[in-house]
Design a binder for this molecule. Structure first.
Ligand SMILES: [Zn+2]
Length: 600
């Protein structure tokens, strides 16, 4: 529901340039989750606190038998975490979470260091059963990539990125994680976030075969679950190699730590190095608890006595009312289907922020729609927005890279303009047969792309909405964002390839809100207070178990060189680990526009 006055969302208000100029400790007590300065260096972008899920007991695997006696020797600890690892494999064997890998090939820039030269995107479902197999949402994804990189264990001499390869390190060793194949050496104790861990180095025994895990494990010291794996596989076949990975798990259900993030990186930019393979890749796993068979449960809830409408005001629908109800039905169908496919976050905290921004645009433009505009977060990385009926959808990746609230308002204003102009595309989805398709064919069955004439009209209307809004004074920042996007667009084709809505850029050229791209100062990497776009992963985090999205809470980190800016780039993961249900997690109080002071 829109309120009668506009407000800035505290979460996104902090102007980027102002924040970048301040020393880190001078940030006020407002939730420090949004300024660009907070998300610059490698350690910041994914401060993914294991958020406190509301995983209901029936959907979670059975909890750990915590009554087991505590191990007294390191040998017993090793036995225990081997046992727990096999327990995790068993507990997750029936799950088919969504897995997304976004990869940037790197090239050396004298000023900015390694920068993206091209990118690749993979999205699919991971079958956690016997083989850790993967079914892809995107067809023809990046076939023919000619590199000498090994993904998985199967196609030994295949020279292309194997999507499966990036998710391989969900487990150390799917088949032979035991003492007869590995040696374990205790190193020390170490805290990862709030969780005290025992650290072990793991080496494959001689003659135990190719492609064994080689690296380090962190094991939490309560139930002895592995919470982090860092290393590679060894030995690699001739003419190939396995890449390095850093794999993190979160304690999202009682007793188990589920694989959530995997970072991969290769490349050596020191002088004289001949090997040109260089990339960074983020793999995210979510949708562990997607419910698909819920329909059967609902049958038991049909109540015959509610069929007759007793209300005295019952009237027949007018043609216009019928049209609106029809469109809402289509909208509801699409939102429900995308959510069940693991592509849309359930309604949550991030939506409050998005809705506040939409509300600001509506109030200051005197827009009064028959139904309120809703917003939802698409869980994927590619930069995209679309609308269906009165629901505006914006991708996690796009929210991540936007530098401030005005830029968020700009991308939302384009979709609000479609709604205001009545550019409704979704009505065919009111037919329920159109919702009957497999999850991995979602992108073949749903689409919300407008014709060029509607795009132009929406851009024009969007500029009008912005000029009347509280964001009118901040459009210079928005201009900078579009300039930064234009500067990187030729190298980021995969990030800019949309799957449901119209693209922000095509063929390396921005085609969204181009009138704004001329505003503001010139892009200047040397100006450290000019942060035009953020790295990926700095704003929105997803709970991999229930898909809820919330704003990341990072402490401000000062930008000290042009290399710290990393616009649109991939960085390592460094989630702040916390135990399930622990009250000391700083993420427990969600930041929403609703509980933030307005207009500050
Ligand atoms: Zn559009």
């Amino acid at each position: 529901m829109r309120t009668s006055k506009w407000m800035f969302t505290a979460a996104l208000l902090v102007s980027v340039s102002a924040a970048a100029q301040q020393p880190a400790d001078s940030q006020n007590s407002a939730p420090p989750n949004a300024s660009a300065a907070t998300s610059a260096p490698a350690n910041a972008p994914s401060q993914t606190q294991a958020s406190q899920p509301h995983a209901s007991a029936p959907s979670a695997p059975p909890p750990t038998p915590s009554a087991l006696p505590q191990p007294t020797t390191m040998d017993q600890v090793v036995d225990r975490f081997i046992e727990r690892e096999h327990g995790l494999m068993k507990a997750l064997a029936t799950r088919t979470p969504v897995v997304e890998t976004y990869l940037q090939n790197l090239t050396a820039d004298p000023q900015l260091g390694p920068v993206p030269s091209e990118d690749h995107y993979f999205l699919g479902r991971l079958d956690m059963g016997e083989t850790v197999d993967r079914k892809d949402y995107l067809k023809d994804q990046d076939k023919g990539m000619q590199t000498r990189l090994m993904g998985g264990f199967n196609k030994l001499f295949k020279v292309e990125y194997q999507p499966i390869g990036f998710s391989w390190m969900v487990y150390a060793d799917r088949t032979d994680f035991d003492r007869s194949h590995y040696d374990f050496h205790y190193i020390r104790r170490e805290f990862l976030g709030d969780v005290r861990c025992l650290v072990f180095d793991v080496t494959p025994k001689k003659g135990s075969g190719r492609g064994r895990f080689l690296g380090r494990l962190w094991v939490e010291d309560q139930d002895f679950n592995i919470v982090r794996l860092n290393g590679t596989y060894y030995p690699a076949p001739r003419n190939s190699y396995f890449f390095h990975m850093d794999s993190w798990r979160l304690n999202l259900i009682p007793g188990y730590w589920v694989p959530a993030y995997i970072y991969s990186e290769e490349g050596d930019f020191s002088a004289g190095v001949k090997n040109k393979i260089a990339f960074k890749a983020q793999t995210r796993i979510w949708g562990y608890d997607l419910k698909k068979e819920g329909k059967d449960d609902e049958l038991t809830q049909i109540r015959v006595d509610s069929v007759k409408d007793e209300s005295a005001t019952t009237q027949d629908a007018s043609p216009l009312q019928a049209e609106r109800v029809w469109q809402q039905q289509a909208e509801d169908n699409v939102v429900e289907r995308l959510t069940s496919a693991g592509l849309l976050a359930p309604e949550g905290d991030v939506d409050h922020i998005l809705q506040t921004v939409v509300n600001n645009l509506e109030v200051t433009n005197n827009i009064d729609l028959p139904r309120p505009v809703r917003t939802r977060v698409l869980l994927t990385a590619p930069l995209e927005t679309f609308s269906v009926g009165n629901t505006i959808v914006i991708s996690r990746g796009l929210i991540d890279v936007l530098p401030d609230e005005a830029s968020l308002a700009a991308v939302l204003s384009h979709e609000l303009a479609h709604i205001v102009l009545g550019h409704n595309l979704g009505s065919k989805y009111a037919f329920n047969d159109r919702m009957l398709f497999s999850d991995d064919s979602t992108y073949n069955n749903l689409g919300f792309k407008h014709i060029p004439e509607e795009e132009t009209a929406a851009d024009k209307k969007a500029i009008e909405l912005l000029n009347n809004s509280p964001y009118a004074q901040k459009l210079d920042n928005v201009g900078l964002f579009f300039k930064a996007l234009q500067a990187r667009a030729p190298q980021l084709n995969a990030l800019l390839t949309t799957h449901l809505g119209n693209p922000l850029a095509e063929g390396g050229t921005i085609n969204r809100l181009t009138a704004l791209a001329t505003k503001g100062p010139a892009l200047d990497n040397n100006k450290l207070d000019q942060v035009a776009a953020l790295p990926l992963g700095g704003r929105v985090k997803i709970n991999p178990w229930d898909d809820k999205a919330e704003m990341v809470k990072t402490a401000p980190v000062a930008i000290t060189s042009a290399r710290d800016k990393m616009p649109f780039e991939v960085t390592p993961f460094y989630p702040r680990l916390a135990r399930y249900g622990s009250g000391n997690a700083p993420a427990t109080a969600p930041t929403t526009a609703a509980n933030s002071p307005s207009g500050n």
